[in-house]
Design a protein around this ligand. Structure first.
Ligand code: SAH
Length: 254
């Protein structure tokens, strides 16, 4: 019997953001692997086994899921948001590249999901309306000086920047340093969006100017979007302001 592995994006929180394809893949899985907090968001189904693991164990989790699928099972691995964005799909590909030839013969499906930056952007208008990039601020898997170089290159080239993993308990200072670096390259009035736990009960959305961004609290459930010099804020009485990056770049600014 040939096994199957689906690497499934479950979206950032709101269950309406789980795609029908993801839901169907979860419904047929015999075993579900994932970071415990993501597994908690997946409806338990009778007969299905659940295999929670720690956040930092991506490689071991991918290998365990592949081993299980190679035994002939229909296995799912879940990621928050999209599995290809700072998540499990790359870990699964890496294990397949390094692993036994039999893993290459498995039926593997990557099931996309709504990534956090899109959900946060939708809450405030269209900050990603023109060129943008995404950067993980975590220096667990790459050196901090590379992160600083990429931040500065992106801001200097006029990209809006979506920052994943801005802060964690073991990385308390990186976001503040990032704001310091960006203040040298961007106007202090540049809009910065903080989207925390978007789509969940404790969602919080805040918009600040870059010069005041350090006073806004962020944690590991927060995604930060830093505008470009083109990005604009539209104040709306009694509502979260709109932040948008116009579709056209003014020729004079190039
Ligand atoms: N694969 C995920 C990202 C994993 S990295 C995705 O596509 O969204 C984890 C980071 O994603 C968090 O530190 C945070 O920056 C962001 N994130 C995930 N869920 C979020 C949510 N509901 N609200 C805001 N940010 C979120």
């Amino acid at each position: 019997m040939s096994g199957r592995l689906a690497v499934i994006g479950i979206g950032p929180g709101d269950e309406r953001w789980l795609t029908p394809e993801a839901d169907a893949a979860l419904a047929t899985a015999e075993a579900v692997y994932g970071y415990g907090a993501y597994l908690d968001r997946v409806q338990a189904r009778p007969g299905q086994t659940r295999h929670p693991s720690d956040n930092r164990e991506e490689g071991a989790r991918a290998a365990a899921a592949l081993t299980h699928a190679a035994q002939g099972a229909n296995v799912a691995v879940v990621s928050g948001g999209d599995p290809g964005v700072f998540a499990m799909a790359a870990a699964v590909c890496a294990e397949i590249e390094a692993g036994p030839p039999a893993w290459r013969a498995l039926d593997i499906a990557i099931v996309p999901g709504i990534t956090a930056m899109l959900a946060v952007a939708a809450r405030v208008g269209a900050p990603l309306g023109h060129d943008f990039c995404a950067l993980s601020l975590s220096d667990n898997l790459k050196p901090w000086n590379l992160i600083e170089r990429r931040l500065e290159a992106a801001a200097g080239a006029g990209f809006v920047i979506a920052i994943y993993n801005p802060v964690s308990q073991t990385r308390p200072w990186q976001l503040g340093v990032a704001f310091d670096r960006l203040e040298r390259l961007l106007p202090v009035s540049t809009p910065v969006v903080f989207g925390r736990a978007v789509g969940r009960g404790d969602e919080r959305i805040e918009v600040a100017a870059l010069g005041a961004a350090k006073s806004i609290a962020a944690d590991m459930a927060t995604l930060v979007i830093i505008g470009s010099a083109e990005t604009r804020t539209v104040v709306r009485e009694g509502r979260t302001p709109f932040v948008y990056t116009p579709r056209a770049v003014a020729r004079a600014s190039v």
